[in-house]
Structures are given as C-alpha cells and as structure tokens.
Design a protein around this ligand. Sequence first.
Ligand code: ADP
Ligand code: MG
Ligand code: ZN
Length: 605
Amino acid sequence: MKNIFKNFIIFFIVIVSIAGLFSFFNTDNPSDEKISLAELSRKIENEEVQKIEIIGEKIEITLYNEEVKETRKESGESITQTLVNLGVEKDKLSKVDILIEEESGFNFILMNVLPFIIPFLFIGVFIWFMFKKVQGANTKALSFGESGAKEADKKKKVKFSDVAGSVEAKEELKEVVDFLQNPQKFTKLGAEIPKGVLLLGPPGTGKTLLARAISGEAEVPFFHISGSEFVEMFVGVGASRVRDLFKKAKKVSPCIVFIDEIDAVGRQRGTGLGGSHDEREQTLNQILVEMDGFDNQTNIIVVAATNRPDVLDPALLRPGRFDRQIIIDMPDIKDRAAILKVHAQNKPLEKEVDLKLVAQRTPGFSGADLRNVLNEAAILAAGKDKRRISQKNILNSIEKVMLGPERKSHVLTDKEKKITAYHEAGHALIGHLLPNCDPIHKVSIISRGRAAGYTMNLPERDKYLNSKSEFLDQISMMLGGLVSEKIVFKEITSGASSDLKRITSLAKQIITKFGMNENLGYRTFGRNHGAVFLGKEVHEDRDYSEGVAEKIDAEVNDLIGKCHQKAKDVINENREKLDKIANTLLEKETIEKDEFEKLIGKKKA
Ligand code: ADP
Ligand code: MG
Ligand code: ZN
C-alpha cells in the first residue's frame, strides 16, 4: 500500500516537471498583446503594420510605433489568403514585410511530437512499475524455466576431511576431482573422462555431504539442484530447467553438476509406479540428451545421489552416463567412531566420554543419526546447565534417537509395571543364556516412544553375515517376552505385538530369502520390487505355486514353534534368575550391563 502511494507521488512530480518544461520552452512572450486576425486586417488597412513574422502558427506583428502584437493563424491556411478573405486590399498587404521563419527543430518537436508521445510514455512507465511490483512479489512467476540451480557457497567449504569413513568412496571421488583439474593428464592416454558419477546409499550416510566435499576440493564451479526441483506443476518446466542448468554449466566448465535425489526424476520410465507422468519422462530424457551431448572438451561431470537405485531407469546406468557407481554403506564401528569424532569437534566433552563405546552402542546408525545423537546430548547437557557433555548424556540420547523420547508421564499401574518387568526380563534372560545371542547392554522398563520397556543387546563388533543358529536364537529371544508373561501370569498381553511382527518377518525371510531350509530347496520365493536397500518390501510378486505357499506357511510355523519351545525351556529352567531380573527392574527401572552381569553372571562365550 505504501508503495503505491510512493509511486503516485513520483508520477505527480514527473508530470508537474514536464508541464514546467513545456511552459519554459514555449516562446510565447507574455508581454505581447494578443489581437484577433480581424484586428490585424484592420491595422493593415490603416497602414499601421510594418512587419509580420510567421513562426509556425504564431504570428508576430511589429507596428510602426514599435509595438509588438501577436496572433495565431488557422493551421494549413496561408496568412495572405486569410487576410485577403478578411477584406484586406492587396496593395496594402504588399506594403507589409512578411517574413516566414522556420520553426526551430526543438520547438517543433516540443510542440508537435511530444504531445503524442507523452501519453504513451506515461502508459509505458505505468506498465513498467506494475511489472516491477509483480516481480517483487513473486520473482518466480517470470523464471519458470530457469533451473534454480545454486552455485555452492564459496565460504562454507566442506573438505574430504569433514567426511569421516567412506574411505573407498572418497578415493574414487578424488579421482574425479583430479579429472577436472588435470584433464590433459587423462586425455593424453586416451582415457575418457567419466560423464556421470552416481552415489548410492541409504539415507543419512553422507551422500550430499560427499558431493559438497567434491566441490570444496575441486575448486571448480559446483551447481547443486535437487531432483524434486525439476518436477513441478507445469508441464515442460522440468526439461527446460535441465536445458538451462546445462547451459549455465557449459559456460563455466570445467565444473560439477550435482543432482541430489535423482530418483525423483530418474525412475524407470513407463512403469506407472508412483504415478509416472510425462513430465518426469521428459525431464529424464532431457538429462540423457544433455549427457550424450558432452564431448571430450566439455569437462562437466554430473554427480547424482540416490537411495533408491532399484527404481532408477536402466538408461541412466548405461555406460557413457552414470557409469561410475559409488556405494556408500552404513558406517561400521570404526567409521562411526570417526564420524562421532568429527561432530564432537565443536562440542566440549567430559574427559570420561568414550566415543568408541558410543560407536559400539550404535550399530545401524547412519552418519546423520550419529550427528543427531551428539546434538541431542548437547541439548540435554545444556538443559541441565552443564558446561560439558557427559557420557551419560550421550548414552541417553542414543536411546532417544533409537526409540523416541522417555515418557515419564506415561505412568504404568503396578500390575502393568510388573508385567513389563517380567516381559523384559524374559527377553534379557534368553538373550543372556542362548550362546548365539548378542550380549545384553541394558534392560529398562522406562517407556520410550511406543515401547513400554526395552532390552538392548548389541554385537561386540559389526556383523555382515548371520548364520541360521543366530537367527533362531534371536527369534527365541524375541519370543522371551511373551513366554515369560505366559509362564508368570498365565496369559499374554498386547505388549508383545511388535515382537510378533518382527518374529514373523524374520522367520519368513529365513525360509524364503536365505535358503535356510532343507525341505523347500535352495532358492528364493517371491520377487521383490521394493527397495531392497531399505529392507522394505513395497510390493512382492509371487513366483511359486499355491502348494508351495502352503508349505512355506507350514515351515514358518514350524520354525517359530521350535524357537518357542526353546524359550519356554530356558525360562522354566531358570525361573529364579527371571525373578531376580524382574524384581531388580521393578526396584531400579533400569539395569546397565555391569549390574546385569553381577546379577546373573557373565555371558558364556
Ligand atoms: P544423505 O544425502 O546421504 O541422505 P547427508 O549427506 O545429507 O545424507 O547427511 C546428513 C548429515 O549427516 C550430514 O550433514 C553430516 O552432518 C552427517 N554425516 C553423514 N555421514 C557423515 C560422515 N561420513 N561424516 C561426517 N558426517 C556425516
Ligand atoms: Mg541427501
Ligand atoms: Zn518385547
């Protein structure tokens, strides 16, 4: 509103000054007396007129008595004709000097052209103001087709040293950086510079971070765009954005173009999965076209990242496009310690803090999770007005990140508390006694997130392979909760439902995916179309007969049944230990590893 008002004032001033200019250049001499043409003719008749000067339409009359009068003639008509028409005799007229002066160029423009131009000028300025306003309010409206790719911030540079672990990935990417800096070194030997590098890995493992590190190390321009930014409501925008992006990139090559979350546009074409529509296909096609258009001089490397390699269009993965694929895995224990170290740099830690132990307690955590753990710990410590972060703060935030925040307000009745204590004691006891289970780190009946209590058992070191006996003992341990409830209270509660879900899924995998079953043969059953990467099944095709399906069900039930029997035996044989654990839990709510070992002895290796 204020702006409009300001604009009007500006207009007003402009108009007033134009008007002023007009009157300034108008050569009318206000002291000259104006007379009519009729009066002029009378004066000529009376022989009072010495000279008539005609300037355009203005007539300046000089009398013998030195007076100067002024009049105007009709445009287009000659003055002599007019005067004759008014009855002036020709010989009287011939005694008057008639001077016809050229109108000055400037005056001519001022008088004749400007009046036409001014309104247009006025309208033009108005429209210009309007456009400026529209642009200010919504700059995007006029820049649909621009890629919106951002050049990386030069100041906040990320270096490879900021990325912990991922040694192999960094090694490969260093080569890419080398390509950009000394292309001749490679082309001399006839090597073709790779066009595309695809970073594959689960979410939070540092793909985006690595790409930013490339830009920080390579010292070449770095364009960053997210796949989802290509796809908008307007059809055709994606493709034109791709074109614009590569046009910009070519101007400043050598450079890196980073397309984050490329699965947003790079999905398999024509599958219909995720409501595939033309827009995305066009965008993808344009990317392929651009990459094919690179020649040896182009020196653009396209780096893309995704956590869904399984849904990518095969055309993207073909040689000459993203032919380099770098897999970034979940960090192992060594990498986790290194990541923690990187993120602990700007955080004051107590001396006692042992990041190795933290790394040991966080299998399956991604880099992003670990950063979150340290951040939560810092918040926790700050909330208690501590100057440094303690080990306890960190361990507490691990559980918070893993299971959700503690729910102190979630008050259990005494009966519920007792059931929960026995449920967790059942898990812990079996986990402790079965040889193939990982040692118990913590048992608690403080509810967190959706769990009423939890038992944490962790491997001594990261495991990449699991044997059948490990799986079976794991299932027995998961069954321990409800078995213990059943033995102690004669019935089970709904608290075991999430255990049952995990048991069913694991048992099914053992039979159908791992071939750990003699009766059904060494093969897999069912084809996954989901993200195998994320351990999720989106959709499964059945590639076996109805009869086999029945067999699978029977085998799954049999396997769970055996594990159940084992869990029952263990608890029945060690009932006094179960009571010990449950009673300690009721008293203290949480038992840590050392205390647990004191209570029922060390785990037999
Ligand atoms: P992605 O793109 O793979 O989903 P990001 O690169 O966005 O994951 O990672 C998120 C955050 O996690 C990063 O900003 C960084 O702070 C942290 N992080 C992940 N991996 C690492 C790592 N290897 N070293 C250090 N920090 C990491
Ligand atoms: Mg990312
Ligand atoms: Zn349970």
